[in-house]
Each structure stands twice: as structure tokens, then as C-alpha cells.
Design a protein around this ligand. Structure first.
Ligand SMILES: *[C@@H]1O[C@H](CO)[C@@H](O)[C@H](O)[C@H]1NC(C)=O
Ligand SMILES: *[C@@H]1O[C@H](CO)[C@@H](O)[C@H](O)[C@H]1NC(C)=O
Ligand SMILES: *[C@@H]1O[C@H](CO)[C@@H](O)[C@H](O)[C@H]1NC(C)=O
Ligand SMILES: *[C@@H]1O[C@H](CO)[C@@H](O)[C@H](O)[C@H]1NC(C)=O
Ligand SMILES: *[C@@H]1O[C@H](CO)[C@@H](O)[C@H](O)[C@H]1NC(C)=O
Length: 641
């Protein structure tokens, strides 16, 4: 690919495809700014990415090997009078550390026990998975249920989703593995069968493309800023969502479901009649701020709860599972958090949360797609080596890309990982998140429906951190459809390494070679621990960078996405204070491109439409070469305009 491929002037150049960067890219592109969006990596979404099992293994290996040594190229010949070059960091390797992997399942299938599964049976299992997906929540549902046309459109979208799924199947069959057409034995889908065999490591690898394993673990509050933005901008049309079906609690070694709705409360078998009444009265009373509550400002929420005579059981539910705060959180914060939870209930289901089908890594890509639809130019494996600083104005006039091309720009936005430690301001000591990803052979709380998405807050034990756990079933399309293998994500603020922080919780709640007396718990088949830099540690201001350079942080440790959305909006508003942030996008057929009055306009529009329809996710599964080809196509197209 020749360096001249890129236009040499953009309004905004963005390096890094994490959530905040992608939202900013979409916002600028949407209001007609010329956007160049680059990532040095070969995949979208930076530390917000989701990986197939195989891609995750590659990612682990790359981080074990450390950054590739790269010669710093001398671009000083490109400097003009009065300009200075600021080199960017070549890799973001510092953001991930302490990777540890454990495999507790057998390496290979045990031949004699392998269940015989025919191709038809396997197909049937996949059909089920498709059905599950088409039941997923649609963000537009609320707005659309009175309008028949929109319902029709929704049905159309579901069809698209089915097509997408079929595409994935097709791409698997085209895989290079010579035995890709062989029927693959899969575990029987019922957990109660005593003979159910553990899936082997060989099978995890073989079925690896059916995983979508997120590097971050968050949920979307149904009335949170991300969901609001997805709806407002119509970006929600590029993804599908499932509701989180259960909030669980872990107390005295037992996992139980937290009743959230009125119906749940009354149906609950864990609560006595008196407790049910007390809980309902409490939840009703905290909807509005009262004198009594104000009297507790500054004092712990636990104290307030205790004084409400709720009893220990309800206190535990309210503190850990509903407010999701710690024992020393002040009352006003605890109440605000409880109210937010209650406000989000019932919008899309029985819990306040949604989860995107195919994983959280979809969300940044949805915004990238919107940016591309409005003319944004995308290149992966392409970076910015340095910034050209105009000394007199202290502004970045242009960037030098990794191929030595000078690209003029008015604003430059960069993911914090690419900014050298000496130029950015971060919290001291630096903050980290501890993460674990487990593949297990069943749910912590088996139920009639195998397709549960559950969240559990595990209270701190012996000075350890509070651990947030999200259990994803195959219907989220993040783990192998048609099986009962689950994907479990654990997250906490780091105290020690991820292994030190989280393995005690894993041993306590699951069956591993180290656990004792855990016969009834699901087994861990495979697990990964790692630490990630906490994005909330990046200061908003005060970086040693030109005035028109903005820094976006990586993922923070909160459950929701407010941090990234706020960051994106702040950057957008600083640069274009008069413009609307992500106004609703028109239907694709109503978008009028500047180039459409040329003779090739019609074809190009067709291409764009196809490009929009084509699934970025799908492409990530393709050969690297194809990915590169597409990038080239997009650029070619842009150059022709
Ligand atoms: C980029 O900026 C330089 C100087 O500021 C100018 O000479 C050059 O023409 C610009 N390039 C383009 C393509 O606009
Ligand atoms: C599996 O299928 C093969 C051939 O279709 C058959 O010979 C074998 O007996 C089957 N094994 C079991 C356990 O059903
Ligand atoms: C949310 O999940 C529940 C339980 O699975 C389901 O009954 C409900 O229809 C879902 N809501 C939406 C909007 O999909
Ligand atoms: C976009 O969203 C607006 C409201 O946010 C809605 O009126 C419009 O129908 C949506 N368009 C599409 C194509 O979904
Ligand atoms: C295309 O539009 C531009 C301005 O929008 C105009 O100057 C040009 O003449 C148009 N070309 C054709 C072929 O209509």
C-alpha cells in the first residue's frame, strides 16, 4: 500500500478505536467534519475489544512477548519553518500486565465418551441459537410499539440478524482447517445429565470462532448515557441487545436471585412475608428524597439501612445488589445509586441492564460504522508516528503517519496508550483493574431457562476488593451456541495482581483443582487473569501536549459507560460548541453524499450501502488480507471523490 493512498488533509485525525474515540469519530463525521480514524492494531475497539477464543490466545501471546522493538524513524526532513516534532509512543503495551492462563479441562477429547452428533442435530442446535437471538431486546422497541411500520422494520432487522448468523456459519465452513466439515461433537445441552462430558481444550480451540470474549466487562444501564446516546443517534440499529435476566447475590456461601420487580418480590421464596412488605415499602419510600434521608447525609448508607429496621437479609440485598456500593459509602450516594437502579428497572425487562449480542466490543464498532457511513476514513494497522507542532501557536498542524505521510489536520484525538508517560497526567499511584475471564460448564444458579444473563456483586472478604461478576450464556453469542458452557467475567479495582485479587473468589464460587467441597458448583474449564490500566486514572486536563490535541482514556472500572460517553461529548463540545452531539441519523437511503451528482454516484451509493450492511464483526473473522483489502477499498473510494 503506497503512502499516497490517504488524502493529506482532514479536519480531525483520531488514533485509537476505543469507545470514546469511536463515539467522537461518529459525532464529527455526522456533522460533516472530515475524519481520519486510525488504529495501530489489527482489530477494532482497543482495550474494549472482543475476541474469538483463538484471537484471544493470539492477544495473550503478543502481550507475553512484549512490544516488538521498532526503529524510531527520523521524519525531521518533513518539518517546515517554525515546526517541531513530537513523537508518539509506538505501543500501548503498558496498559495490560500480569497475564496468567490456566486450563483445567483435558487437552483432547476422550474418544470413548464422545457423544455421536450428526450434522443435522448440530444444525438444529444452531437454529435454536438463532431463535434465541431474535428474541433479543431492541432499543427502539419502546418508541415503536404503537407504529406498525416500525414494527415491520424491526422484523426486517431480525431477518438481517439471522442472515448475519448464517454468514458466520458459512465463514466457518470456509475455514482452512481440513476437517472443518466434519461433524463436531458438542456437549449435551442439559446440565442435569450426570454423564455430561466436559468440553476439551481441543474443542474450545476448534469452536473458538464462536466465542466473543470481551476485554472489559460492563453492562448498559437501560436509562444510562450510552443507551440514551445509542437511541438518540440511531446507532442502536447496528446492534442488538439482550436484557440481563437476573441479579444474583452471594451471601454465606449461597447464590440467590435478588427480586427486582414487584412480581419478583412477591414470588420470592427467599423472603418472608414481612420482609417482602418491608422491601416494597422501602423501595417506594426512597423514590423521593425526604427529610429523614437528608439527616443521614455524610453517614454510611449501611447505617441508614440498619435504622430502617430492614433486617440483615434485606440490608445485604439493598447494599450489595441494588445500590452496589460498599459499607462505608455515604447515604446520599447509596440512595442516588438505588434510585438509578429503580429508574432503569422495567424499561426493557426485569433488571436495569442490557447486554449487546456478540459482546461489548460491538459498541465501538457500531459508532465506527456510523462514522464510515458519513464519510469517515478507516485504517487499521496504521498509526501516527508524530505530531507537527507549530511553535508560535502551540497547535498541532499536522501528523506524520507511520508511513511518513504528512497529513494536515485541525484537531488530533489520541488514545492515552499512545501518549508517552512523560507527556500525560495520570493519578498517582497509577490505578489498575483486575480482570478474570472464565469458561465454565454451567451456571452458578441453574434454572429452568438455560439462557440467563446474570450479574453478581461479591462482597469483599478479608480486606479484599468488591468483585463484580457477569455470567453470560450462549444466547448472547459470546460463547458456543447450543451448549451450556458459560462465559464469566470478573472485575475489581486492583489491590494486588489480578490473580491475587480474583482467584480466591473463583476458588470459592466455582470448582477448580484448588477448591474443596464445591461439588454442586460449575467447573472452570479455562481461565485468564490480567490487569488493565484503569481509565479513570487519566486526568482530564494538564497534559503536556499542543492545545488542539485531546486524550481519551481506556475503560474505567465502573459498571456503566458514563465515563467514556462524557469524555467523548466533552471533546466534541470543546471543538464544536455550536454543533449538536450525535443528532439522529437519517435513513441510509436519505443520506445525500456530496459526490452523488457524479456519474458513478449511484454505484458508490450502492457500495456505501453494502459497506454499511456488511458486518464489521464478520470481517474481523476474515483473513487479515481481506481486512486490509477492505480498508484499501474504503480509502480508494474516498480518494475518488
Ligand atoms: C498542509 O499545510 C501546509 C502548511 O501549513 C500547506 O503548505 C499545505 O498546502 C497543506 N496541505 C494540504 C493538502 O492542504
Ligand atoms: C457413533 O457413530 C458411529 C458411525 O456413525 C457408530 O459406528 C458408533 O457405534 C456410534 N457410537 C455411539 C456411541 O453411538
Ligand atoms: C427481557 O427478558 C425477559 C426474560 O428473559 C423476557 O421475558 C422479556 O421479554 C425481555 N424483554 C425484552 C424487551 O426483550
Ligand atoms: C432515528 O431516530 C429517530 C428518533 O431518535 C426516529 O424518529 C427515526 O425513526 C429513527 N430512524 C431510523 C431509521 O431508525
Ligand atoms: C455536482 O455538484 C457540484 C456542487 O455541489 C456542482 O458544482 C457540480 O456542477 C455538480 N456536477 C454535476 C455533474 O451535476
Amino acid at each position: 500500500m503506497a503512502a499516497e493512498d490517504l488524502p493529506s488533509e482532514f479536519d480531525v485525525v483520531i488514533l485509537g478505536t476505543g469507545l470514546a474515540e469511536s463515539v467522537v469519530a461518529a459525532a464529527f463525521s455526522r456533522v460533516g467534519q472530515r475524519v481520519l480514524h486510525l488504529d495501530r492494531r489489527s482489530y477494532y475497539a482497543a482495550n474494549w475489544a472482543s475476541f474469538t477464543f483463538n484471537a484471544l490466545l493470539t492477544w495473550i501471546q503478543q502481550h507475553h512477548e512484549g512490544p516488538q522493538p521498532e526503529e524510531v524513524q527520523d521524519w525531521s526532513s518533513l518539518l517546515e519553518e517554525g515546526e517541531e516534532l513530537i513523537y508518539l509512543s509506538n505501543s500501548d503495551s503498558a496498559s495490560i500486565s500480569n497475564l496468567q492462563v490456566f486450563c483445567f479441562t483435558s487437552e483432547e477429547d476422550e474418544e470413548e465418551e464422545t457423544p455421536n452428533t450428526t450434522e443435522e442435530e448440530r444444525g438444529a442446535a444452531d437454529e435454536d441459537a438463532v431463535k434465541e437471538t431474535s428474541e433479543s431486546a431492541d432499543l427502539k422497541e419502546e418508541e415503536s410499539h404503537q407504529k406498525p411500520e416500525e414494527t415491520a422494520a424491526r422484523d426486517g432487522e431480525q431477518l438481517t440478524n439471522k442472515d448475519t448468523f448464517d454468514l458466520l456459519q458459512a465463514s466457518q465452513n470456509e475455514g482452512e482447517e481440513p476437517n472443518a466439515h466434519q461433524p463436531t461433537p458438542i456437549a449435551a445441552p442439559s446440565q442435569s445429565e450426570p454423564t455430561r462430558k466436559k468440553i476439551s481444550y481441543a474443542q474450545l480451540v476448534k469452536e473458538g470462532r464462536r466465542f466473543n470474549i470481551d476485554l472489559v466487562s460492563k453492562l448498559m444501564y437501560s436509562r444510562g448515557s450510552l443507551v440514551d446516546l445509542l437511541i438518540k443517534s440511531n446507532v442502536s440499529r447496528y446492534a442488538e441487545f439482550k436484557n440481563v435476566t437476573r441479579i444474583l447475590t452471594y451471601r454465606q456461601g449461597k447464590v440467590e436471585q435478588v427480586p427486582c420487580s414487584r412480581a419478583d418480590v412477591f414470588a420470592s421464596r427467599q423472603l418472608s412475608v414481612v420482609e417482602k412488605r418491608k422491601l416494597m415499602r422501602f423501595l417506594t419510600s426512597c423514590a423521593e428524597e425526604t427529610e429523614e434521608q437528608r439527616a443521614y447525609n455524610g453517614r454510611p448508607y449501611l447505617e441508614f439501612l440498619t435504622d430502617q429496621q430492614l433486617g440483615e437479609n434485606l440490608q445485604h440485598f439493598l447494599l450489595h445488589s441494588i445500590a452496589m456500593v460498599t459499607e462505608d459509602t455515604p447515604t446520599e450516594e447509596g440512595l442516588a445509586s438505588t434510585r438509578h437502579f429503580l429508574r432503569c428497572l422495567g424499561r426493557y425487562g426485569n433488571t436495569p441492564f442490557l447486554f449487546p449480542v456478540y459482546g461489548l466490543g460491538e459498541i465501538p464498532q457500531c459508532f465506527c460504522r456510523m462514522c464510515a457511513v458519513f464519510g469517515g476514513v478507516y485504517c487499521l494497522r496504521h498509526s501516527v508516528s508524530g505530531l507537527l507542532l507549530e511553535r508560535d501557536s502551540n497547535r498541532c498542524k499536522a501528523v506524520i503517519d507511520s508511513r511518513g505521510q504528512r497529513i494536515n489536520c485541525s484537531h488530533f484525538i489520541v488514545e492515552e496508550g499512545f501518549v508517552g508517560a512523560d507527556r500525560k497526567r495520570v493519578a498517582t499511584p497509577p490505578r489498575f483493574l483486575s480482570r478474570a475471564v472464565l469458561i465454565t460448564d454451567g451456571s452458578l444458579l441453574p434454572s429452568e431457562s438455560e439462557q440467563q444473563v446474570s450479574m453478581v456483586m461479591v462482597p469483599p472478604a478479608a480486606g479484599g476488593p468488591v468483585v463484580r461478576m457477569v455470567e453470560l450464556c450462549p444466547s448472547t453469542m459470546t460463547c458456543i451456541p447450543g451448549t451450556c458452557e458459560d462465559l464469566v467475567h470478573l472485575t475489581c479495582q486492583s489491590v494486588g495482581s489480578a490473580y491475587e485479587d480474583l482467584s480466591p473468589v473463583v476458588t470459592r464460587m466455582f470448582r477448580t483443582p484448588e477448591s474443596h467441597d464445591q461439588e454442586k458448583r460449575p467447573s472452570v474449564l479455562w481461565c485468564l487473569y490480567f490487569n488493565m490500566a484503569d481509565g479513570s486514572g487519566l486526568e482530564a486536563e494538564g497534559h503536556d501536549l499542543p492545545a488542539n490535541v485531546y486524550v481519551c482514556s481506556g475503560p474505567d472500572g465502573a459498571l456503566g459507560h458514563d465515563h467514556a460517553v462524557r469524555q467523548a461529548e466533552d471533546i466534541f463540545q470543546k471543538i464544536l460548541p455550536e454543533e449538536d452531539f450525535c443528532p439522529p441519523a437519517p435513513n441510509p437511503e436519505d443520506i445525500i453524499y456530496d459526490t452523488e451528482n457524479t456519474s458513478t454516484g449511484e454505484d458508490e451509493r450502492q457500495d456505501r450501502e453494502e459497506d454499511r450492511q456488511e458486518d464489521v464483526r464478520e470481517e474481523d473473522r476474515q483473513e487479515d488480507v481481506r481486512e486490509e483489502d477492505r480498508q484499501e477499498d474504503v480509502r480508494q473510494e474516498d480518494r475518488q471523490e
